[in-house]
Design a protein around this ligand. Structure first.
Ligand SMILES: Nc1ncnc2c1ncn2[C@@H]1O[C@H](COP(=O)(O)OP(=O)(O)OP(=O)(O)O)[C@@H](O)[C@H]1O
Ligand SMILES: [Mg+2]
Length: 496
């Protein structure tokens, strides 16, 4: 399963692979570096030891050459034997060059009698000895001055070249061993890398498997992988997300069942009314008229529910409808709302009072906010007492305007205050139904206010009356609904 899901994923971005590569790099590179440093420093050391050893011998030899006057007469058996022995001992070649740059002795007998002009020789006559290592041909070459005993001046030069074969051979053997060691270290590092990377990412695989199990519905269990802080945080975030989704799903199901129920009720009533008319052949015209009136009322109710639901969807904070923001005279807007509901107030014998504390102009969507005010004022009239009153006050400060709708009505119980904005919530279902309420009015009002970054709250005393306070910024912060969610919630919190 794990493999199937990750078939299209770039393996080079895997955490496990990266850990593995880092371990390999950290494990193998230093070993390789160390190997070449050790070999190189051994070579330098061995060469310098060899050069200084032979140089000493050459100085002694130079003194012998002067003592025996070898530069003028090369017949000394002792010196010739010494030179040959020296050449054999160090597996090298010795050339003795006199003051005329003539090679008076070559232990290889190749260049004897020839003239030798080279930078090294000339510099040696200037008392600067030079040693040169030719790694490719494996030899060291260096010069030793032959000094006159009395004057101390350079009267000749010994040019020595000795083979470095034995040093190269030792390095070769050491290098072979070091290679073996590097390979063993590399194999061990790779094994360690595989082991560590598999074990380090194991908890992440566990989190993923747990998420897959939950996603595929095999279990409702909470994900818990406490191996690392990181996996713990991921698990907890996922669990919280699942809780949120469950709550959302529950509220969605409740909404759907409420909608179906509310839409079915008028249809059931209409069917009952129509059936009883069909079954009663001799029903008088008055009965027909009365039943048809009831059917029309049910149709109106159904129509209202559908319209309310459509408004609710339109005013959903997450809908992408653009707000039609204009400069609106709020006092005039509230006056128009009151004009529209006055017939209902008159019918209910409720006194409707408008109190414009100060003139207010705000940047709002007039249609949406009128709808909100209308729903709140309608409630204040509907849930009022006979000969009661509804007072609507419009006020503002430098940042917000408020519309306060107070009534002398039946009031809302304390425990219901937190629920009245929920869709289909009604405090007294039978009473609400009697006066034609579906429980969508305040949900619509609240959504419209939230779209303006505003807030709504209610204060109520049962049997005395209720006040709804709507508070909206004079200048709307956002023009579209999409970006408003966060600001809305903050405003709400502030309001609380
Ligand atoms: N001013 C008020 N006084 C007393 N109770 C109120 C008042 N306003 C709202 N309520 C209570 O809050 C509930 C929810 O109100 P809401 O406006 O959402 O629904 P409704 O009035 O029942 O139906 P609708 O407005 O959709 O026709 C109402 O059923 C009522 O019980
Ligand atoms: Mg209402």
């Amino acid at each position: 399963m794990f493999r199937e899901r990750f078939a299209n994923i770039n393996p080079f971005r895997s955490l496990g692979l990266r850990i593995f590569l880092i371990i390999c790099l950290v494990g193998i590179l230093p070993v390789m570096l160390l190997r070449s440093i050790i070999l190189r420093s051994y070579e330098t050391r061995a060469l310098s030891v060899r050069v200084s050893e032979i140089q000493n011998q050459c100085t002694i030899l130079a003194n012998h050459l002067v003592t025996y006057g070898y530069l003028t007469d090369q017949s000394s058996e002792t010196v010739n034997a010494e030179l040959e022995q020296f050449s054999a001992l160090y597996d090298g070649r010795i050339m003795v060059i006199d003051g005329d740059l003539k090679i008076i002795k070559d232990t290889y007998s190749i260049s004897q009698g020839k003239i030798m002009i080279s930078e090294e020789i000339l510099r040696c006559f200037d008392k600067t000895s030079i040693s040169r290592h030719d790694r490719k041909n494996r030899y060291i070459e260096f010069t030793t001055p032959i000094n006159d005993i009395e004057t101390g001046s350079v009267i000749g030069v010994i040019l020595t070249s000795v083979s470095t074969d034995n040093i190269a051979e030792t390095i070769k053997i050491m290098s072979r061993k070091a290679y073996l060691f590097t390979i063993i270290a590399a194999v061990l590092t790779v094994c360690f890398g595989v082991f560590v990377s598999i074990n380090l990412i194991k908890p992440f695989r566990e989190v993923n498997m747990a998420l897959i199990r939950v996603e595929e519905g095999f279990t409702d269990d909470k994900v818990s992988v406490p191996a690392y802080n990181e996996t713990m945080v991921i698990s907890e975030s996922f669990n919280r997300l699942m809780e949120k989704m469950k709550t959302l799903e529950a509220s969605r199901q409740e909404f759907v069942s409420n909608v179906s129920h509310e839409l079915k009720t008028p249809i059931t009533s209409m069917k009952v009314l129509a059936d009883s008319l069909i079954q009663n052949d001799d029903a008088p015209v008055e009965i027909y008229r009365e039943f048809m009136k009831d059917i029309t009322e049910e149709i109106d109710r159904e129509d209202k529910i559908i319209n309310d639901l459509l408004s609710l969807v339109k005013l959903d904070r997450t809908s992408n409808d653009l707000m039609n923001i204009t400069n609106v005279d709020v006092n005039k807007m509230v006056e128009d709302v009151l004009k529209r509901v006055r017939p209902i107030a008159d019918k209910e014998k409720v006194d409707l009072i408008l109190e414009s504390i100060r003139p207010v102009t705000a940047q709002i969507d007039e249609i949406k906010l009128s709808l909100a005010v209308m729903n709140v004022v309608e409630n204040a009239i509907k849930y009022n007492k006979e000969n009661g009153w509804v007072r609507v006050a419009v006020d503002a400060d430098h940042q917000f305007f408020t519309i306060t709708v107070s009534d002398s009505g039946i009031g809302i119980p304390e425990e219901s205050l937190a629920h009245i904005y929920e869709r289909f919530y009604r405090v007294d279902k039978s009473h609400s139904r009697m006066i034609g309420g579906t429980g969508l009015g305040l949900a619509i009002a609240r959504n419209a206010i939230l779209m303006h970054d505003g807030a709504i709250r209610a204060e109520s005393t049962e049997g005395v009356g209720t006040s709804f306070i709507i508070k909206v910024p004079l200048k709307s912060l956002n023009v579209t609904t999409a970006g408003s969610i966060k600001d809305n919630e903050e405003t709400e919190e502030e309001e609380k």
